[in-house]
Every structure is written in C-alpha cells, then in structure tokens.
Design a binder for this molecule. Structure first.
Ligand code: AMP
Ligand code: MN
Ligand code: MN
Length: 316
C-alpha cells in the first residue's frame, strides 16, 4: 500500500478536506494528516478545510488553522479528501477539489463511489483515522497526531465496540497510547460528556420514541420547532440514535431531525441483520453496514413508511 510520502510526491501545495457536518473521525483524520504534514514536511504548504467543528474538539493542535469558508480562489497541486463516500459530501469545498491538479481520497465507507483520481478505500477499517495511521511512519507520529487519530478511532468505533473494531484497531490504539496521549480524558471530553441541553433533547427523543415491527425497530424524530425551542444544532443530537439502538430487542434504530420544513436528516443503526448502508444508498445517502444516513423529504409518517418498507425487505 502507498504511504503518505508517496501520495504527496511532487505536490508543493496540498489541501485537505472532509465531509459536511464533520464528525470525530472526519475531524481526527483531517487534523491528524494536517499536523503530520506540517510536522514532517516543512517544505509543503498545506491547508485544511472543514465546516465549523464542535467546541469539544477545539483542544486539537492547530484546530484554529481550519478554514471554514471558501471565499478565496486557490488552486492546489493536490487535494486529499478524507472520510467522504461521495463528492457531494464535500459541500462547498468541492470547488477546491474540482480545481486541484490531482485528487486523492482516503476512506472506509463501503458506499464509496471512487470519485477521486486515485483512492484508498478500506471498507472493513474502523475509521478513516485508522486507514490514515497505516499510511504514516510510526516514528514520525507525534503525541499531537496520535491524539487526532485516537479521537477518530474512538468516535467511529463507538469506543472500540462496533463490529468494525479489529485486533489491528486495538494494536493501533495501544501504539497511540504509548505516545503519551490522555486517552481517558479524550474519551470522556469528546465522546461521553453531554451538556444539560443535550441530555434534555436526548430524554425528549427517548420519551417520544415509537417501536414497530414487534419491537424489532424503533424510531424517533425531533422537529425544527423543538430544535429552535432548545436552541440546538445537529451537533447536540449526536448520541441519540445510538441510545435508541441499544434498546433491548431492537435490531434497527432510526433517528431523524428536521433540517427544513418537511425535510429530514435520517440516521440508521442496526445490530446484526439489517444492512442499513443498502437502505441509505437506496435513498441517495450512504454509510456502513451498521451505521448509515441520508436525507429525505415528506412528513414524519411518509418518511417512516418509506423506510420501513425497505427494512421489511431485509427482515422477512
Ligand atoms: P450519521 O447517521 O450521520 O452519524 O452517519 C452514519 C454514517 O453514514 C457515517 O459514516 C456517514 O458518513 C454516513 N452518512 C450519513 N449521512 C450520509 C449521506 N447523506 N450521504 C452519504 N453518507 C452518509
Ligand atoms: Mn464521518
Ligand atoms: Mn468515518
């Protein structure tokens, strides 16, 4: 497999970009690569593009260097896109991707549709951060880079719990711990800690959840009105679908929030049977076998009816 040093060969200006509404893996892999390049390849000019990141990730080294707007016209020798299964996931940063001389995608989504000039897609890896780490020189990985990679692995594996966690994931986590990272604090502060409002909205989603298909499925939704009432954004609803998923007897969980009137962002999770990536891809989104997402129009009942039809095809 190619290493970072091979991927960047010949490029003196590099942009790194991740997907819209960046999650822990997206932020961890982008900032891990950004810091690795800054620390080890001082002759290369590198920029990192990400939408605004949640405050809990702002302790990451150089997070203040993240560029979140696309005002400037800039052409890069190389654009490296991370953790994004299709080009639309790049949002407005697609402009720099389109204009770059060369593009390279590093990802772990089974639904990746190979849109870059070259790519490395390891669909059985826990996270893009794990894939990125395998492309680095272990001795060149600093404590700051190790923190980024660790964040990405922790978030996309649900703290080393999902099926995508392998022996190799744990070995890498061990190597990262040896760099002296504050692993307990990273997990508590970026994964488990919830604000009062986040807990309130989680509670509300649980109270209003509905089971169907004999308790094999569960769904809950948060309307735009409720989001406005609490003054929350999508970042504040992160753990809800996982809490629904671990409900006893549930195979498949659906959480949706309204982005605009009658438009929903849908998250799906499953335990053992339902391939939610298949359903998400069917509705124009993507993801992994046990965690996937997409956008859908209609009222709550239309959306649930359409999704449950697809779930039924796999449960029967
Ligand atoms: P989420 O439910 O947003 O936490 O996403 C679960 C997984 O599905 C992540 O790996 C996302 O990258 C992927 N995903 C979510 N929404 C979309 C979408 N609209 N298009 C493609 N992939 C998505
Ligand atoms: Mn992601
Ligand atoms: Mn990921």
């Amino acid at each position: 497999m190619k290493k970072i040093v091979d991927i960047i060969k010949g490029a003196s200006t590099i942009a790194i970009g991740g997907h819209i509404r960046p999650d822990g893996d997206c932020i961890g892999s982008c900032m891990g690569l950004y810091n690795y390049l800054r620390e080890n390849f001082s002759d290369v000019e590198v920029d990192v593009y990400l939408q605004k990141i949640p405050d809990r990730f702002k302790f990451i080294k150089n997070s203040d260097a993240i560029i979140s707007d696309v005002e400037e016209d800039k052409k890069y020798d190389l654009f490296i896109v991370l953790d994004s299964s299709d080009i639309d996931r790049l949002g407005e940063f697609q402009k720099y991707f389109d204009e770059a001389d060369r593009t390279f995608c590093i990802d772990h989504h089974i639904s990746n549709n190979h849109y870059a000039d070259e790519d490395i897609v390891v669909d059985n890896a826990s996270s893009t951060s794990e894939v990125i780490y395998e492309l680095m020189d272990e001795e060149k990985v600093s404590k700051a880079v190790a923190e980024c990679i660790y964040i990405g692995i922790v978030h996309d594996s649900g703290v080393f719990k999902y099926q995508s966690t392998t022996k190799r994931t744990m070995e890498i986590a061990g190597e990262l711990m040896q760099k002296g990272i504050p692993f307990t604090k990273i997990i508590d502060d970026t994964f488990y800690t919830k604000s009062y409002i986040e807990n309130q909205i989680l509670g509300r989603a649980l109270v209003e959840s509905v089971m169907f298909f004999n308790g094999k499925c569960i769904v809950s939704a948060i309307s735009k009105g409720v989001q406005d009432f609490y003054g929350i954004t999508s970042d504040d609803m992160g753990g809800i679908v996982e809490q629904l998923r671990i409900t006893k007897g549930v195979e498949c969980a659906i959480f949706m929030y309204e982005t605009e009137h009658l438009k929903y962002k849908v998250s799906m999770r499953s335990k053992e049977i339902v391939d939610v990536s298949k359903i998400a891809t069917y509705f124009g989104g993507g993801g992994h076998m046990r965690a996937a997402g997409f956008n859908m129009e209609g009222n709550f009942h239309d959306v649930v009816n359409n999704i449950s039809e697809q779930i039924a095809l796999q449960l029967d």
